[in-house]
Design a binder for this molecule. Structure first.
Ligand code: PLP
Length: 433
């Protein structure tokens, strides 16, 4: 055994720098979290070495007795963490990520070129929910399927369930996808189910962002109404980077759905499972089933509310005016800034955020807002009083961006961002600018 520092100091050095960045910065990206060291230990284990195409007790490779035990354990924990009855729900724990989980679910549920509907990307939906632009079908979910986005109500900025039902009546989708990457409110799954049933469509929820909050029973559960539920494991669920697909086992053709999902994951979309990741998912799910995780989830939401209140207190506009979950969407358009400028300025202050489209943006390419999340800072035990200070820091970042823009026009702000970024990369900080 040669330690990484000795064998590959270059990579070790990059890992150390990134670790330092994570330790010293404020992580406010809503899709990120800090997984436990125990889960990372499982992820970096000898399980990396093993091939195990297939399912437990039906593999295409020998030597899988312990891998079978692991995958069965992981499935059991996934059902337990979400409080699901194994007679009614099954789960595939092999997806490499949320995107592959979603594409496998689409592959299982509908045929190539069938119709699907998902929340539009500028309204908070994800790329994998059928996104395309006027110029290009740029995601597999729009290349291989016909998709139509549904939208938010321009007045309330909440999902326009009536509009969705009216479009579905005409478009006749075979699949309706709910769930989002940037929607600060909870979902009305019962209403969605009614629409899906009326049109004879499958209903799938992608709870990638909120799954930790759903597992902790702090948000509505999609399991009561949806046929299939997908999630990533690394956002609010706080595990390694991967995906899960839950499917109903109590439908008329339940055996068929189980086989369709499993076949779609392998061999349709993936090869050998990443067993090291499955081990880490199992560990994270064990943690997510503890009472302390429920406290964590409640604190994530309390912190997001505090962040929202702090920003509103400073006079800013938030999409929907607040939040029910872990994220806040900050509309910068009323103060004349774009998300990318504020993202850059925050980077220089050690605050990591991301630019994000806000409802009504003409294009997702020039987002008018930023998205903030409290999952990671809550994992670092921050409470409401700390979050208020974070909100004040963000206020200062935005005021700095505004002053630069106002004093000397957009060009100076652009130069500031460009020069400062170069200097940051050169480790000189922005004192010189
Ligand atoms: N689904 C939603 C709602 C997401 O927000 C994301 C990622 O941000 C994904 C799917 C894709 O997950 P991954 O990056 O693991 O492919």
């Amino acid at each position: 055994y040669t330690p990484l520092a000795e064998l590959d100091p270059e990579v070790k050095n990059i890992i150390d720098k990134e670790t330092w960045r994570q330790f010293t910065g404020l992580e406010l990206i809503a899709s990120e979290n800090l997984t436990s060291l125990a889960a990372m230990e499982a992820n970096g284990s000898m399980l990396t070495n093993k091939y195990s195409e297939g399912l437990p007790n039906a593999r295409y490779y020998g030597g899988n007795e312990y891998i079978d035990e692991l995958e069965i354990l992981c499935r059991k924990r996934a059902l337990q963490a979400f409080n699901l009855d194994p007679a009614k729900w099954g789960v595939n724990v092999q997806p490499y990520s949320g995107s592959t989980a979603n594409f496998a679910a689409l592959t299982a549920l509908i045929q190539p070129q069938d119709r699907l509907m998902g929340l539009g990307l500028p309204d908070g939906g994800h790329l994998t929910h059928g996104y395309y632009t006027a110029k290009k079908k740029m995601t597999a979910s729009s290349i291989y399927f016909q998709s139509l986005p549904y939208a938010l109500s321009p007045e309330s900025q909440l999902i326009d369930y009536e509009g969705l039902a009216a479009s579905a009546k005409i478009f006749k989708p075979k699949l309706i996808i709910c769930g989002a990457s940037a929607y600060p409110r909870d979902w009305d799954y019962a209403t969605l189910k009614k629409t899906a049933e009326k049109e004879g469509a499958w209903l799938m929820a992608d709870i990638a962002h909120t799954s930790g909050l759903v597992a902790a029973q702090t948000l509505n559960s999609p399991f009561e109404y949806c046929d299939v539920v997908t999630t990533t494991t690394h956002k609010t669920l706080r595990g390694p980077r991967a995906g899960l697909i839950f499917f109903r086992k109590d439908l008329k053709d339940a055996a068929d759905l189980e086989k369709r999902i499993n076949d779609a994951v392998f061999p349709a979309c993936q090869g050998g499972p990443h067993n090291n990741t499955i081990a880490a998912i199992a560990t994270a799910l064990l943690q997510a089933a503890q009472p302390s995780f429920r406290d964590y989830a409640k604190q994530v939401i309390a912190n997001a509310r505090t962040l929202a209140e702090t920003l509103v207190g400073h006079g800013y506009k938030l999409q929907t005016g607040g939040t029910d979950n872990h994220l806040v969407l900050w509309d910068l358009r009323p103060i004349g800034l774009t998300g990318s400028k504020v993202e850059k300025v925050c980077d220089l202050m050690g605050i990591t955020i991301n630019k994000n489209a806000v409802s009504g943006d003409a294009s997702a390419q020039v987002p008018g807002g930023i998205r903030l999340g409290t999952s990671a800072i809550t994992s670092r035990n921050m409470l409401e009083a700390d979050v208020k200070v974070v909100g004040d820091f963000l206020h200062r970042a935005v005021q700095l961006s505004l002053v630069l823009q106002k004093e000397a026009g957009t060009k100076l702000l652009k130069d500031f961002v460009r020069v400062a970024t170069v200097q940051e990369e050169g480790k000189e900080g922005f004192a010189k600018v």
